[in-house]
Design a protein around this ligand. Structure first.
Ligand code: ATP
Ligand code: MG
Ligand code: MG
Ligand code: MG
Length: 562
């Protein structure tokens, strides 16, 4: 590509409103331009970079046996109604009506579409397993689009879906994707970690997020300094127990105990509206104390209940009838900074005897007001709280450290939630109908591109890792008005391209300083400059990463740059 004709509007100054480096550099390097909040055009240089990331993702998906396809962005509301997510997804779902007033969603993800395809077109166990994927624009009306393409409202995602006969098959498919994700993010030269995560609204069991370690990350990872333990702090709660008798100083205050309340009242009591993340509740059920953690979940539009003393789930209220959101944004209960109110009816059999409050990432969560003798018959005083730095690792090895992370990928064992809802069934070898066991696997392709820049840059601009670089080599005629310099640059450009490289030729008649600044900014790994010694066929080869310059005869070029 000739730079003289490339649509590459580079900027000298840092544009206002761009808070993070990757956003600033993508604007300055002429990669993206904002259309409206969270919506961007990819200009040619940015598009080329995005395609490089796409290529890596595609190669590794294919290698893992996944098959590429393309599903529609426009999805009929009926599919989402069947899965329950038309309600549950909340205002993040972009909705539209056609001319006949029928409802549609712009796809934020495609579990429903996949399940409905399976329901129509997979019949027998002989057709399983299968994994399909697509790379496609997704739409989410994010509450706070920000950081450029890191959190867009329209963004590029790779989403894959595995279809298996049973859990064992799902385990295998999941592992294949998990391994592929490791290869993808390694090839992108990202400093990442797979962490256990919250299965949340998606249902299902195992789930891992792939986090790029970065100070601007919006998630916090709790990891052990000496083992493989790593978890999103959303799920990394720990339970401390004390012997009540041994801890008289901790005697909690008495509290007015509501016996049968609506959650509207309980919510007040719990200050659900103010909580960032978790609430703990201590219930007496069948005379037994049950400690649970309740969390507002914005995706599910539900209050999630998790045991912390047992594996079973306590059903407090059925999703539809009793959970209702009254807040300023209907349908949204956010775990983070969401001023929404919650109105839920508790099962009358359940008696709230105590509660505690915490904010993720902030203070620990304490079960205040627990009266050990009264509330916990076995005499222990329990204290559920978020994990903190310095805690012993829950796996027993090492000490917990915190680090911020950018979620670039997410793998989920969905199980049969969507296949049951959408009748995605197959006939097993006994002719019995069974729901297909599903997994879903996302990568934020555009977000990953920004994460690469966030990690690989210096004061002058981007420093592309080799595999993500939009071009392999940048050939620069330092003074393009000098015929010898331009001619030599042109001939190098031609021969490198013939050898299969992607090359950008700076043939502009700009001042050398301008050209060098642009070259640093757009960060192509290898630069070949033709200058004063062009007549002798001697060029400068400069490495963007370490800035080292070498004078090389053109005969030796192939050797030097490979
Ligand atoms: P986040 O927690 O950042 O909102 P998510 O958990 O809602 O992300 P998933 O539903 O797991 O996202 O989607 C799969 C992947 O898509 C994410 O791991 C992330 O890399 C990417 N992604 C999600 N939302 C956005 C967005 N608004 N802009 C860019 N990429 C996104
Ligand atoms: Mg999200
Ligand atoms: Mg997330
Ligand atoms: Mg996620």
């Amino acid at each position: 590509m000739r730079q003289s004709s490339l649509f590459l509007p580079t900027l000298r100054d840092v544009p206002g409103g761009a808070d993070v480096i990757s956003h600033q550099l993508m604007l300055r390097a002429g990669m993206i331009r904002q259309s409206t909040a969270g919506v961007y055009s990819f200009l040619p240089f940015g598009w080329k970079a995005l395609q490089k990331v796409e290529r890596i993702v595609r190669e590794e998906m294919d290698l893992a046996g996944a098959q590429e396809m393309l599903m529609p962005s426009i999805q009929p509301a009926e599919l989402w109604q069947k899965s329950g997510r038309w309600e549950a997804y909340g205002p993040e779902l972009m909705r539209l009506k056609d001319r006949h007033q029928r409802d549609f969603a712009l796809g934020p993800t495609h579990e429903e579409v996949v399940a409905s395809l399976v329901s129509d077109d997979i019949r027998s166990y002989k057709e399983l397993p299968k994994t399909v994927y697509q790379i496609q624009t997704k739409f989410r009306d994010e509450r706070r689009p920000r950081f450029g393409i890191l959190r867009g409202r329209e963004f590029l995602m790779k989403d894959a879906y595995s279809l298996d006969k049973d859990e064992a098959g799902l385990d295998e498919s999941y592992q294949q994707m998990y391994d592929a994700y490791h290869r993808i993010f390694s090839r992108l030269n990202l400093n990442f970690r797979a962490v256990t995560a919250d299965s949340g609204a998606m249902g299902g069991k195992d789930t891992h997020e792939f986090m790029v370690l970065s100070d601007i990350g919006e998630d916090t990872i709790a990891y052990s300094d000496s083992s493989d333990y790593a978890a999103n702090i959303e799920i990394a709660a720990v339970l401390d127990t004390y012997d009540a008798a041994a801890e008289p100083a901790e005697t909690p205050e008495e509290v007015e105990t509501p016996d049968q309340k609506t959650i509207a009242e309980v919510a007040d009591f719990l200050e659900v509206a103010a909580a960032d993340c978790f609430k703990s509740l201590l219930f007496m059920a069948d005379g037994e104390p049950v400690l649970v953690v309740v969390r507002g979940d914005h995706e599910a539009n539900e209050i999630k209940v998790k045991h912390h003393l047992g594996a079973e789930e306590v059903v407090l209220a059925s999703e539809k009838e009793t959970l209702k959101v009254l807040g300023t944004e209907p349908g949204f209960i956010g775990p983070v900074n969401t001023p929404a109110e919650v109105n839920v009816l508790l099962d009358p059999a359940v008696k709230v005897v105590s509660s505690g409050v915490c904010g993720a990432n902030k203070s620990g969560m304490h079960l205040k007001n627990v009266h050990a003798g009264r509330d916990l018959s076995h005499g222990e005083y329990a204290d559920v709280r978020n994990i903190q730095e310095g805690d012993p690792s829950p796996d027993g090895t090492g000490t917990i450290c915190f680090k911020e992370g950018i979620e670039v990928g997410h793998v989920f064992k969905l199980g049969t939630k969507y296949s049951e809802a959408l009748k995605a069934e197959y006939l097993d070898d006994h002719g019995r109908a069974r729901p297909v066991v599903m997994g879903s696997y996302g990568i934020g392709v555009s977000r990953a591109l920004a994460a690469v820049i966030e990690e690989h840059h210096d004061d002058s601009g981007i420093i592309w890792p080799l595999e993500a670089a939009p071009y392999d080599v940048h050939v620069i005629a330092i003074n393009a008005k000098q015929e010898e310099q331009l001619a030599l640059a042109e001939s190098i450009y031609d021969s490198l391209r013939q050898s299969g490289m992607e090359v950008l030729l700076d043939d502009r008649t700009e001042r050398a300083g301008v050209k060098f600044k642009d070259a640093d900014l757009i960060g192509i790994p290898v630069r070949i400059q033709t200058g004063k010694r062009a007549a002798e066929n001697i060029v400068e080869v400069k490495c963007r990463l370490d800035g080292e310059v070498e004078e090389v005869h053109t005969d030796d070029l192939p050797e030097v740059i490979t």
